[in-house]
Design a protein around this ligand. Sequence first.
Ligand code: HH2
Length: 390
Amino acid sequence: MLRVGCDPEGVAIMAPNARIVALRVEGLSAPAANILKQEMLARGGDAVTHRETITAKAPRGAAIIFGTRRELLDVARRLGAQPFGLAAAGRAIRGLLESPPPGPLVLGAHTFPPERTLVVGVLNVTPDSFSDGGRWLDPAAALARAEEMLGEGADLLDVGSVSTRPGAAAVDGAEELRRVLPVLDGLAARGAPVSIDTSTPEVAEAACARGAVLVNDVTGLRRSPALAEIAARAGAGICVMHMRGAPPTMQEDVHYDDLVGEVMAVLAAGVARAREAGVPAASIIVDPGIGFGKSGAQNLVLLRRLGELRTLGQPVLVGTSRKSFLGALAADGGVPAPADDRLAGSLATATAAVLAGARLVRAHDVRATVRAVRVAEALRTATEDRELAP
Ligand code: HH2
């Protein structure tokens, strides 16, 4: 646009017009959907509605509206004067389109700027994790591994002592604590930035008392909302992950009517729970839960459509590292690649996640992931006039 001779101010005004924004508006009655469609058409955009909207027989449901940002904002303002709940829809649309750009992520005393992608190193103090079970069960081995990952550039260490792989056996809180406490003590003495991967309040409490800055709950606060209160009291952040069901049975039924919509609705409810418990918005992370109650194909769709999760307004964490769908994609002669031979897929998906806007990537292979993430960040913001630093 500048090369055509346009003023920078003109570019700022016109660039958004080169882009169509599509939004899904939920919970509309047939009359509301009708009015919305008319308003969108009158402004130059359009709306996709249920086929029976025109006969007013459509059940309450969603519409998809699309147009330029300006057209959508115009419609949103005009909805203020409309009945059938459209004024609230208008406010929600404006809230989304006028929301400020992402701010820093605050975890305990750490403040991470939005342009930096964090690499979260995985430390499983378990006998049975799917890729590294048994390797770091001894506290000295775990602490040496932690040191190695920090040296490789991990921003956070995600420490867990219960495997959540499909079919994993349940572990009681006392055993979970027994495994993890010596490691948490060692990491606290080192001042390492720790995320605690747990759904058990006693474990979260013990970790926060030792300075953990993030509570990573794979149940998304469904099992124990107290986790959010513990995080709030300690000034730690919370990661709300989507999982359908529980690890022992989660792969048995992976049918979704609307995969991305259902994942986002569950995450939005988790974020609301965390906010109610007093966790500041700047400290709440969402995660689509790759591999947790999803087929391989669904994992890929969630990654491809990851950008949509940004409308939740929270930083997104993605964990694909070594997961079984990557083994299937790297199969040789019908035999899936084993967990320790899934690095290429882990890096490809980490790169895709960063390009789609993920702010945190959870990984076992920290050195390689840090390098892949730096390339993805550079790609995302590359301009011809900015040379690479040596
Ligand atoms: N994946 C695993 C565990 N915790 N937490 C978040 N937020 N996101 C994830 O994708 C995620 C997670 C599973 O990986 P791993 O810890 O290596 O395996 P296991 O659960 O068998 O210990």
